[in-house]
Design a protein around this ligand. Sequence first.
Ligand code: HEC
Ligand code: HEC
Length: 244
Amino acid sequence: MIARCILAALLCSLCACDWMPGRPVRADRPVPGDQVHDFNQLWTNYCSGCHGADGRFGPARPMNDPLYLSLASDAYLRRVITEGVEGTLMPPMVQSEGGILTDEQLDDIIKGMRSAWGQQDAVATSGPSLQGSPGSAKAGELVFAQRCAACHGSDGRGGEHAGSVVDDAFLAMTSDQALRSAIICGRLDLGMPNFRGRVGTRQVLTSGPLTSQQVSDLVAWLTSHRVQYPGSPYPDTKTIGEGN
Ligand code: HEC
Ligand code: HEC
């Protein structure tokens, strides 16, 4: 009987032991998702799939762009990341809106983007504002011909140096804001020049900087190509799978 008691006590103590060989120590245990505060880890887990590893070369615009970060206020970044952008693939990311990040992690990400990617070069912030007023498609057509057609083709459907910017599926999935951000900041990673005609510090175009009004007009011209049923003609679902 005593032997059994000793055995049971021994087993219990073994099960509860914290020092068994091979048992992970506290430092080896994964950190619960809501307690991660390291910017690189947060970026990799929650943003890199769309905005690219190291904030570049993703399908969505680069955040690794000092010009963009100098124009985007904390309040603006906080709003977009919290709420997402309706009708696009940018999801609401913060718990209060059904996302995954805590408010603290949102701050970690904004601070992290700024210290990793903001202001490496002196960036002139005196540019068109990221928030604009509505423009005129007619005026935008003219600006497009002068400033954009050389790369995107005279009708915007793609040219020698860049693809279509009036594709109906592209326009259906892209907000006016994202178009505006693209025209002002370019795509530093893909070689699209910013409103000053520069890719980073390289001056690509010699025409002067675009004004805020011209940017609004360009957005109006691009979005005038939106169609009611993007992606059509759709495949005939009746004949799919029936063989032929
Ligand atoms: C599933 C893909 C996806 C994920 C994940 C994602 N984004 Fe986005 N994000 C997008 C898309 C697409 C847009 C452009 C939406 C539009 O058309 O306005 C965007 C837009 C943005 C913008 C506004 C850009 C502008 O034009 O001003 C910010 C800022 C942003 N995302 C930050 C983040 C951060 C930070 C994370 C991670 C916490 C993140 N996103 C995660 C797809 C994503
Ligand atoms: C020097 C060539 C060049 C010029 C000039 C140029 N672009 Fe681009 N643009 C690009 C490249 C390269 C891309 C990346 C996608 C591609 O290769 O098609 C791009 C992408 C874009 C995108 C998509 C951005 C995204 O995030 O997917 C838009 C919108 C756009 N350009 C609009 C314009 C407008 C409007 C103008 C005129 C103000 C303009 N571009 C002038 C080269 C150019």
